[in-house]
Design a protein around this ligand. Structure first.
Ligand code: HMG
Ligand code: MG
Length: 303
């Protein structure tokens, strides 16, 4: 299956975490259920973080205890990671028999302090403690590095800082590292240059994934550049939902519908039913009373 990519749907976590109005837990569960029926094989279902920092996902325990969610989590054909900042969060994930988690660090000090209240190295040490226990319990660990191009507090990020985080995350046992343009400011030439820098330094290309927010409308171009550089795994969010409270002004993730449309039109298999995905994007946008940010999804449904 050389001519295929894997889409990591982050809508239920990144997509919802910064929505201000309260979303019923059952709506979140219905979103996960609908996404699973599109053929997506990786869905990040929630995070277990301090409810003070992300009040929207404070219902994570109720969500994880739901029978439909449990069935999806136990389905061996699926990956259903949960975002985890510390051992406290991991304990809750383990109590709910989660089979995969994602740990997250920043390449920049300012965002690390704002997002997880510690330095970059302390964040990496925390992630290592989480990853070690998770690996002992046979739980797969994915890693994120935020602010790969720029930080809202520190400005441009040196590629060497990204490399440092990537290397430490790999060394602690993450099977894949998602490179996060948290602010959505990068362009295709920067994406290609960063990937080259990492690969030249010895990072295996097959361990990298791309996570592009779309603030400046560059996310699809970045994904295509990353694909041309050898990446085959991309994070995206149905309806283009997404954002982080500590990345002020940043827009949502690239819309999953747009990513699927781009790859499928190019003859690259995603395994995702685009019509169902577009319906799900329209459905969740309506539930949240917001505009559907997916161009491909809106175009398909207007036909
Ligand atoms: P802290 O205040 O330094 O930690 O926060 P603490 O250990 O002192 O705990 C503070 C309170 O939170 C305590 O409650 C803890 O019990 C509770 P209190 O006793 O005061 O009532 N707490 C927890 N509750 C539930 N689950 C937990 C947990 N941990 C502590 N796991 C901490 C440090 C890391 C906990 C906090 O800063 C935090 O939760 N940060 C997460 C913020 C977040 O989720 N940001 C968005 C996700 S990252 C992102 O979006 C980027 C990404 O998409 C990639 C990209 O775009 O670049 C991944
Ligand atoms: Mg993100």
């Amino acid at each position: 299956m050389a001519n295929s990519v894997r889409i990591v749907e982050v809508g239920p976590r990144d997509g919802l975490q910064n929505v201000k109005q309260s979303i019923p837990t059952l709506t979140k569960i219905e979103l996960i259920r609908r996404l699973q029926q599109t053929g997506l094989n990786t869905i990040e279902i929630t995070s277990v973080v301090s409810p003070r920092t992300i009040p929207q996902l404070a219902d994570c325990k109720t969500l994880l205890a739901n029978t439909d969610v449990k069935r999806i989590v136990q389905d061996e054909r699926l990956r259903a990671p949960v975002l985890i900042p510390n051992v406290k969060g991991l304990d809750i994930a383990l109590e709910n028999n989660i089979r995969e988690i994602a740990v997250f660090v920043s390449a920049s000090e300012g965002f690390s302090k704002a997002n997880i209240n510690c330095s970059v190295q302390q964040g990496l040490d925390r992630a290592k403690a989480v990853a070690e226990i998770a690996r002992q319990r046979n739980v797969a660990v994915r890693g994120y590095v935020s602010c790969i191009f720029s930080c809202p507090y520190d400005g441009p990020t040196p590629p060497s800082a990204v490399l440092n985080s990537v290397q430490q995350l790999l060394a602690m046992g993450c099977y894949e590292i998602s490179l996060g343009d948290t602010l959505g400011v990068g362009v295709a030439s920067q994406t290609a240059a960063l990937i080259k820098f990492l690969v030249d330094a010895g990072v295996p290309i097959g361990t990298l994934a791309g996570h592009f927010h779309d603030t400046y409308g560059q996310a699809l171009a970045n994904i295509w550049a990353a694909y041309r550089s050898g990446l085959r795994v991309f994070d995206s969010s149905v309806g283009g939902l997404g954002g982080c409270p500590y990345a002020p002004g940043a827009k949502g993730n690239v819309a999953s519908e747009d990513v699927v449309y781009m790859f499928e039109q190019a003859g690259i298999n995603t395994g995702v039913n685009l019509d169902r995905l577009a319906e799900t994007g329209a459905w969740i946008s309506e539930q949240l009373k917001k505009q559907n940010e997916s161009r491909a999804g809106s175009a398909l449904l207007a036909k």
